[in-house]
Write a protein that binds this ligand. Structure first.
Ligand code: HEC
Length: 112
């Protein structure tokens, strides 16, 4: 634990930095990269994420997940096909992931 109150390298942060953030950047960046009013996005000034950006992006996306009920996380609900009971409307489209997809599996692993 550091003076800023964060665990240095929790497992959740490591998976975020090495796998989840790059996956979201690759698949969702057309709408979720850079400053956008009112929605959760990844901050990145340069070509790669700085350590500070990775940290604040992690904090922002943690607010989109439910540790008590991982499959019901907003982050997943926004992406599911509308036929799925847990789905929420998403202006970026629904059905971006389905249970069984690589990204869905990665997000579940991260959240859990
Ligand atoms: C075509 C543009 C577009 C794409 C692509 C897109 N989104 Fe979105 N997303 C939006 C918009 C606009 C909103 C805000 C309105 C809403 O909640 O539907 C949003 C909202 C969200 C929210 C809720 C955020 C909040 O602050 O309430 C999450 C989580 C999310 N998107 C995740 C993703 C992920 C993960 C991907 C990639 C797999 C993705 N989105 C791809 C446009 C997009």
């Amino acid at each position: 634990m550091f003076a800023d109150g964060f665990e240095a390298e929790s497992a959740g942060f490591t998976i975020w930095r090495d796998q989840v953030q790059p996956a979201i950047a690759a698949q969702c960046s057309s709408c979720h990269l850079g400053e956008r009013f009112g929605i959760t996005t990844l901050a990145r000034q340069g070509v790669t994420f700085t350590a500070a950006e990775t940290r604040s992006n992690y904090e922002a996306f943690l607010r989109q997940i439910s540790l008590d009920a991982p499959p019901s996380s907003r982050l997943l609900a926004k992406l599911l096909p509308t036929c799925h009971a847990a789905s929420l409307p998403h202006a970026g489209g629904n059905g971006l992931v389905a249970p069984g997809d690589a990204l869905h599996a990665l997000l579940i692993t991260w959240i859990e």
